[in-house]
Design a protein around this ligand. Structure first.
Ligand code: MSP
Length: 647
């Protein structure tokens, strides 16, 4: 069998100096979508991401908290991994610059470059703050003073190693201007690199420090630690096993097909990284893509929070669904430009594109197949020339989408898919299936119309899978498509569904959002700093300790939960209170599906006198906390035993 073609794509490795935010999601989502598409196209894909864990900032944060830098980053790295799992990011390798194999590669590479004369010893000069033991560059100073403590800084220097970046100007310029390679996208950045950095003359780059000790030790000179960018950029080859024995994929995947990042680190990837590789005599990556920033708030800053503009990706995924967020970010961002983030815009997109256009197309078509043919289409069909426009538009999609996605023009690719979805909706109106259904002799035509629609849905759902990997399988199920044949190639085939396909009614794919209400709710849940506490109940007067002590508060485990008939508020629970089972009612039906609560361990007052509601007895009260306009139950993790005393 022929070897599969390989495809290697990378995200930047992120600084775990703070928890991941939605800004970090874009590069990772873009890479994930491309990697998924390439897998569907039959490539052997390596998709890498990771964390860049060394350096002064992390060293200082850990010091402030009184823990080791490694302990500090471990926790944040776990949050990055959790976010990627939540977003459905299917990476193949996650590199941490504190991993042994990475350290080995960096040390070996440093030694080689030194032995080959590309690294030499010199002195690093900068502004030094003695109490903070930190060097700063002129541009980092605030009013000429230390940005951390505000004290005076002095000119100082320390011994350091330098990489001879200055020697690589002409070769880098040639690389950037090579019309065959198109090494750096978008083109506008090429001029920026040449005019701002190469033409004025590249400076040699400081690659080791003695004052920053949270880094990889230089093997042959004690007290020197490899400085950030040489350490970070090397991840792209260390994770393949270059100069280490842990992995053995370098020959297979290098050079990378795409390095993806935002604009602020394009310089490091399009000048410094190729120069390192040139010095090593290794092949260069094929492409560097520098996208714009997702900006927040009125000032358009890279990251700030304004009222009601919740940007916590975990919250957004939980409330609106992972695929809606994935779709929105990739649809909204135009490659090369900055893109302001707004929840309002996301809701508008969910309503128009996902609920109205895609969701409706699927639900209407499936409903008609059920209504007119009991769910299974007859084999006899009457296709005609009026079908051609829709079919031709579908035929043109796969190559266009593939081309746009792999050049980071997701917005164009997705817009085109949705224009064909709109075409399919129009095809329903043109063919008026409800009229055909009234005429017995038109059954074969009706079957053809519904079949064309179902097959159109199949083709667009497959093309959307890289962006909406959780939604497409739900669609396959509803339209009776073979979920084991969802290759990119299969979208080029007309009429790929079984001739007697059977559909199945499914859940609403994207519920519509009442935008005003939702924004209101978000404002309550996540108020701006100055509004926090505005809606809180006033504090009650003091009470005796005995009043509290008279209440018996316990952890209870939910054994079963169901809605109380004829009540839109009440849920009926059976709980284990550690001593036995009891029935309790709680007015939280609007905020939970009963099945979500089964198995949870909750907080409850167990010695309230029994009360009757809707004719049912409630023995106690489940504790909930106000959350926006609703409530959340107070819950414990699984390790808490039912009956445990709460005090
Ligand atoms: N550790 C370096 C990268 C080393 S790569 C060899 C670094 N880390 S970072 O945590 O600051 O991440 C920067 C990257 O995060 C950006 O290049 C981009 O990929 C992503 N983003 C972070 N905030 C972003 C936005 N607000 N908008 C879009 N992407 C952003 O730099």
């Amino acid at each position: 069998m022929a070897e599969k073609k390989t495809f290697y794509i990378t995200t930047p490795i992120y600084y775990p100096s703070g928890n991941p935010h939605i800004g970090h999601c874009y590069s990772t989502l873009a890479c994930d979508a491309i990697a998924r598409m390439k897998r569907m196209q039959g490539y052997d894909v390596m998709f890498s991401t990771g964390t860049d864990e060394h350096g002064q900032k992390i060293e200082k944060k850990a010091q402030e908290m009184g823990i080791t830098p490694k302990a500090y980053v471990d926790e944040i790295v776990a949050n990055f991994k959790k976010l990627w799992a939540t977003l459905g990011i299917k990476y193949d390798r996650f590199v941490r610059t504190t991993d042994d194999y990475h350290i080995k590669t960096v040390q070996n590479m440093f030694e080689k470059l030194y032995n080959d004369g590309y690294i030499y010893k010199g002195a690093y000069t900068g502004k030094y703050c003695t109490p903070c033991e930190s060097f700063w560059t002129e541009s980092q100073l605030v009013d000429g003073k230390c940005p951390d403590c505000g004290r005076e800084v002095t000119e100082a220097s320390e011994e350091a190693y330098f990489f001879k970046l200055s020697e690589f100007g002409p070769r880098l310029k040639e690389l950037l201007l090579d019309p065959e390679k198109n090494f750096l996208e978008p083109k506008s950045r090429v001029n920026e690199m040449i005019n701002n950095f190469i033409e004025p003359g590249l400076q040699d780059l400081c690659v080791s420090r003695t004052s920053v000790k949270w880094g990889i030790p230089v093997t042959f000179d004690e007290g020197h630690y490899v400085y950030v960018w040489m350490d970070a950029l090397t991840n792209y080859i260390s994770l393949l096993g270059f100069m280490n024995d842990t992995y053995d994929d370098y020959e297979k995947y290098w050079p990378a097909d795409m390095h993806v990042m935002a604009k602020e680190i394009v310089r490091f990837h399009s000048l410094i990284w190729p120069a390192f590789l040139m010095a090593l005599g290794e092949p260069l990556p094929k492409k560097v893509y520098g996208h714009g920033w997702i900006t927040f708030g009125e000032g358009g800053g890279k990251m700030s929070k304004s009222k009601g503009n919740v940007v916590d990706p975990f919250v957004l995924c939980e409330r609106y669904g992972v695929d809606a967020l994935r779709y929105h970010l990739l649809r909204e961002m135009v490659f090369g430009s900055d893109c302001p983030y707004s929840n309002e815009q996301m809701f508008a997109r969910i309503n128009s594109d996902l609920a109205n256009d895609l969701g409706n197309l699927v639900s209407r078509t499936v409903a008609m197949a059920i209504k007119y043919f009991d769910g299974t289409l007859p084999v006899e069909k009457d296709f005609n020339d009026s079908d051609n426009d829709l079919l031709e538009q579908l035929d043109a999609l796969p190559d266009y989408v593939s081309d746009t996605f792999e050049t980071m023009r997701f917005s164009d690719g997705l817009a085109k898919i949705f224009s064909v979805i709109a075409r399919a909706n129009k095809y329903i109106d043109e063919n008026e299936p409800w009229k055909l259904a009234k005429d017995e002799t038109a059954k074969p035509r009706l079957a053809a119309v519904l079949y064309n629609l179902l097959d159109a849905i199949r083709r667009v759902a497959i093309l959307l899978e890289p962006v909406m990997p959780h939604t497409s399988p739900k669609i396959y199920e509803q339209i009776g498509a073979d979920a084991s044949n969802t290759t990119w190639e299969s979208t080029k085939v007309r009429h790929g569904l079984a001739a007697d396909v059977t559909v199945k009614k499914g859940e609403v794919l994207f519920p519509r959002i009442d935008i005003e209400k939702e924004i209101d709710e978000l404002n309550k849940l996540f108020p701006a700093e100055e509004e926090k506490g505005k809606d809180l109940e006033p504090l009650k007067p003091l009470t005796k300790f005995d009043n509290f002590a008279a209440l018996d508060l316990r952890a209870v485990k939910v054994l079963s939960c169901e809605k109380v008939e004829k009540s839109d508020k009440l849920l009926k629970f059976k709980v284990d209170d550690g001593f036995g089972e009891r029935q309790v009612l709680s007015g939280i039906a609007k905020y939970y599906k009963p099945e979500e609560l089964v198995g949870k361990t909750l907080a409850m007052i167990v010695n309230l006198e029994p009360r009757k509601m809707m004719g049912l007895e409630s023995n106690g009260m489940i504790l909930s906390v106000k959350y926006g306009d609703g409530y959340r139950v107070v819950e414990f993790d699984d390790s808490v035993l039912p009956g445990s005393d709460i005090s």
